[in-house]
Design a protein around this ligand. Structure first.
Ligand SMILES: NC(=O)c1ccc[n+]([C@@H]2O[C@H](COP(=O)([O-])OP(=O)(O)OC[C@H]3O[C@@H](n4cnc5c(N)ncnc54)[C@H](O)[C@@H]3O)[C@@H](O)[C@H]2O)c1
Length: 264
């Protein structure tokens, strides 16, 4: 795919999946700006990808808007926006359905959902006025299925998938390509401590594999990116018999608790 001359923004791109997507977009010719909490690392990755980086807290709409103004001034109008920044907070018993505290719910909502709403609000109208663009949301297979021991993560990733659908329903006919990326386990800092439950559902893959799946979907014009082959089967099993699926997830949780000795 040739993205020569295109300008991309990747949130949460200083490491992990965002960094891999930024590098892949740059390899295809795009100049990439990185928005992340760590200014130095964001700038390092952005500079290596033909752009720059800055400290942006994606829970703050004013910071996203100011960053986009900066990107437009330095690199030009944004053609591709990757809303990738996310938090999991799947860290033990406090993040179960009844145990997660209010601040965990609130922060998950802000980072995993509202950051995409803010990004879309500030880039999509411009993309449409120029004839189109790509808006990508790195959601999760947890947004189609569930992630054991991570109720705020699962709920907010379901909302992220729904927001991607709303965006596509409203704007695809105006030239907006929406991608909704739904990985299972990917080897990054985010999954530390949750490897056992992720492995129970499928392989843990490399961030570059997710980035390659994104490039393939961009090229094919597909919206949903399932980087793991197992996801389709899990999703179909859930749709075929939702009651049985939830019961099986409950049994899987009991088994994991028995195996690991960790309450999730
Ligand atoms: N690793 C996995 O197994 C997996 C699976 C499915 C989906 N995802 C999703 O992929 C995305 C990237 O995660 P990752 O695995 O690369 O993890 P990661 O922790 O390596 O990367 C997340 C990035 O988001 C940034 N970030 C967090 N809060 C932010 C904020 N308020 N403002 C700006 N930046 C912020 C972090 O600094 C970090 O650089 C996330 O949305 C995550 O939910 C990951």
């Amino acid at each position: 795919m040739d993205l020569t001359g295109e300008v991309a923004v990747v949130t949460g791109g200083r490491r992990g999946i965002g960094k891999a997507i930024a590098e892949m977009l740059h390899k295809a010719g795009a100049r990439v700006a990185i928005a992340d909490l760590d200014a130095t690392q964001a700038h390092e990755v952005g500079k290596a990808c033909g752009g720059f980086g800055a400290r942006v807290d994606v829970t703050r709409e004013d910071q996203i808007a100011a960053f986009l103004t900066d990107v437009e001034g330095r690199l030009g109008p944004v053609d591709i926006y990757v809303s990738n920044a996310g938090i999991a907070m799947a860290d033990g018993p406090t993040f179960t359905a009844t145990g997660a505290p209010n601040d965990a719910w609130q922060l998950s909502w802000q980072v995993n959902v509202m950051s995409s709403v803010y990004g879309a609000r500030h880039v999509v109208p411009g993309m449409i006025s120029r004839g189109g663009g790509s808006f990508m949301i790195v959601a999760s297979a947890a947004g189609l299925l569930n992630q054991l021991g991570a109720a705020p993560y699962s709920c907010t990733k379901h909302a992220a998938v729904s927001f991607a659908e709303s965006l596509s329903i409203a704007h695809a006919h105006e030239g907006l390509q929406v991608l909704c990326i739904c990985p299972q386990g990917v080897q990054t800092d985010l999954i530390r401590g949750a490897e056992a439950s992720l492995r129970a559902a499928g392989d843990i893959i490399d961030p570059d594999d997710v980035a390659q799946a994104v490039m393939n979907a961009m090229e094919d014009g597909r919206m949903f990116v399932f980087s793991h082959p197992e996801t389709t089967a899990h999703f179909q099993a859930r749709a075929a018999d939702p009651d049985a699926w939830v019961k099986r997830m409950g049994l899987a949780r009991q088994m994991l608790i028995a195996q690991t000795g960790r309450p999730i």
